[in-house]
Design a protein around this ligand. Structure first.
Ligand code: SAM
Length: 184
């Protein structure tokens, strides 16, 4: 582990107000949040790259001809991710999830989000969820990890199906698998 990377790990846990995290995600959370990714999920959008833990797992599971757009507000995290992950399928974007449609013009096969929705203003969260629903392919998933199951309504107000899976890890993660099942 390089000194720069170690510094970023320390920054990550120090910046709780932005990261919403005392810890980086665990392997169990990574596995569960990526469980909807398969050979058909070619266009993927990630919100909250952090230090790239989930990003790596997404790349491992997605098809060779896929594309992953990953959004992160803290530029210094992205600098480390650029050193750690070299993959032509990955597009790193230093901007907020709320602006994703400026960069992503394709129909999206899957959203993977670990942004701290409980710390971000409600109107922004509402808009991110609605815009993600609109950009998502019908029948597909928006997956969000949270530390509690108490915010389900934010997602079920927009998505027709929301199922919560618990990853028994430290920290405990509640993965919200939100499915778009539009009938018209
Ligand atoms: C809980 S951390 C998760 C990081 C990483 N995915 C992991 O697995 O360890 C949340 C990340 O979201 C970033 N973030 C916060 N608000 C954001 C926003 N509006 N758009 C994109 N990223 C955001 C934080 O800077 C932080 O890196």
């Amino acid at each position: 582990m390089s000194n720069t990377f170690l510094k970023s790990v320390i920054d990550f846990t120090k910046n709780v107000k932005t990261t919403g995290a005392l810890y980086q995600t665990s392997k169990q959370i990574e596995k569960e949040i990526c469980s909807k990714i398969n050979a058909e999920t070619k266009i993927i959008v990630e919100f909250g790259t952090g230090l790239g833990n989930i990003t790596k797992r997404i790349l491992d599971q997605m098809p060779a001809d896929g594309k992953l757009y990953s959004f992160e507000v803290k530029a210094e995290f992205l600098e480390d991710v650029k050193d750690l992950i070299q993959d032509d399928r990955l597009v790193l974007i230093n901007d907020g999830a709320q602006n994703f449609e400026k960069y992503v013009t394709e129909e999206v096969d899957c959203f993977i989000s670990s942004i701290p929705v409980t710390l971000i203003p409600k109107e922004i969260v509402k808009s991110v969820i609605q815009k993600s629903y609109d950009a998502l392919k019908n029948g597909n998933y928006f997956c969000q990890v949270l530390y509690s199951p108490f915010h389900k309504k934010k997602f079920s107000a927009v998505f027709e199906e929301v199922k919560i899976e618990k990853a028994a890890s430290v920290p405990i993660g509640f993965i919200h698998h939100c499915r778009k099942i539009a009938t018209r």
